[in-house]
Design a protein around this ligand. Structure first.
Ligand SMILES: [Zn+2]
Length: 415
């Protein structure tokens, strides 16, 4: 496979890549020929997208139950547990996972982390063995909380010993604040016992008094587990007083914990209990990035009772963060890292990035640079994972004249 004239994100220079048997053999080597040649037209080539937060076990089940009338997370979670989960079988999960991996693959997402609730996690652990296009990391997610059902910890331990890579938690949903704090300790006990990462649904609400990020962060600091710990959502930070937020960010930096925000779904779910004006309810992504915290973005739910829309387009997620968290044009440079290198660090992917000798895993965007990619949010022109290839070449024509380059790159003076 020969990939010609692509602009590398890392050095902003145009290169060719030669791939043999799914491995990157060399970059800019001379005289290579192949039956498959892709002409990049100087478009941007990046390492694969990483989607670090999703719920695949019940993704695409929107039509399995009744409507989420209030649009709240609470109604979505209750109806998913009571109406949807009992209807889900292994075959059903297997079928939906195969569909989802295609959706992710054509969008250039090759790595996904999914939080799986206890009744479904064992199906997902089994069904992921059949996946061929994406790598799936699984979180043992004790929704609605560790303390609601007697056998939750037992099931989590079973899932962790059967291959789940991450311990989940949701302290702000536990019956009391004290039990929420207790659940944080239990999650870290499990993580250390089984040598697993931690990724929790932490303070996913609009409550300025929801303060579990500090407990999780301090526990991570104490146990020297910060780089393996991720605070997902943290939407309450939108409503924290700024002096408290500043102190919290200092502690997070000290502990080296990571953050994942899911701006599309959080914009949909948060602010639901507000009258006008309604808060935006997403984590303070820009502030945390500026403080040096490793922040990544995920899709969260896709086509279920918690979020009825959704797809695998990580550029859409990035654009939503830009909009809702008030980024400016000055903040765009480096933003693609929020859906590539930053989540790769969270998932602890060792062989991530484009280098000779590594498995060929890369994406050619339908854009010449980072700005145009985030502005036009088109699916990628080419996705490569080993010997698997997805092509989504887009053509815009007016009276038979090809205007694709112009439409994809509105601010590019070459056109
Ligand atoms: Zn979630």
């Amino acid at each position: 496979m020969l990939i010609k004239e692509v602009r590398f994100y890392d050095d902003n220079k145009v290169h060719d890549i030669y791939v043999e048997n799914g491995i990157i053999r060399c970059i800019d080597c001379q005289g290579k020929k192949d039956d498959y040649v892709f002409y990049g037209k100087k478009r941007l080539l990046i390492p694969p997208f990483v989607n670090p937060h999703s719920h695949l076990g019940y993704a695409l089940t929107l039509n399995y139950g009744s409507v989420n009338e209030s649009g709240t997370l609470r109604e979505g979670v209750i109806k998913t547990r009571e109406e949807i989960t009992p209807k889900i079988t292994f075959d059903d999960i297997e079928k939906r996972l195969k569909k989802l991996e295609k959706l992710f693959f054509v969008n250039g997402v090759l790595y996904v982390r999914s939080h799986e609730i206890m009744p479904l996690i064992f199906y997902v652990l089994e069904a992921r063995k059949k996946l061929e296009l994406i790598n799936l990391q699984i979180v043992a997610f004790p929704s609605p909380g560790i303390f609601y059902f007697e056998d939750t910890i037992e099931k989590m331990e079973k899932a962790l010993s059967e291959g789940a890579e991450v311990v989940g938690l949701i302290p702000n949903q536990e019956p009391t604040v004290e039990l929420g704090i207790e659940s944080v300790k239990i999650a870290f006990d499990l993580a250390l016992k089984y040598n697993k990462m931690v990724d929790g649904h932490i303070d996913e609400n609009d409550d300025p008094n929801s303060r579990f990020v500090e407990y999780v962060t301090y526990e991570a600091l104490k146990r020297k587990w910060g780089e393996k710990t991720t605070i997902s959502h943290m939407t309450a930070s939108h409503s924290y007083p700024s002096d408290y937020f500043g102190k919290l960010v200092d502690l997070m930096k000290l502990a080296k914990v990571n953050v994942i925000s899911n701006p599309v779904v959080s914009t949909h779910l948060q602010g639901r209990y507000d009258n006008y004006p309604k808060r935006r309810g997403i984590a303070r992504i820009r502030d945390m990035l500026k403080s040096g915290i490793n922040v990544a973005l995920g899709t969260d739910n896709i086509g279920d009772l918690i979020y009825p829309l959704g797809d695998g387009n990580m550029l859409r997620v990035l654009q939503e963060a830009f909009l809702v968290d008030h980024f400016t044009s000055k903040d765009i440079e480096g933003m693609l890292k929020l859906v590539t290198y930053n989540p790769a660090k969270i998932l602890m992917l060792d062989d991530y990035g484009i280098k000779p000798g590594r498995k060929a895993e890369f994406v050619v965007l339908n854009a010449k640079n980072e700005y145009e990619a985030i502005r036009n949010i088109l699916p990628p022109a080419l996705v490569v994972s080993g010997e698997n290839i997805a092509e989504n070449e887009i053509e815009f024509k007016i009276n038979d004249k090809d205007v694709t380059g112009e439409i994809e790159n509105l601010l590019d003076s070459d056109f």
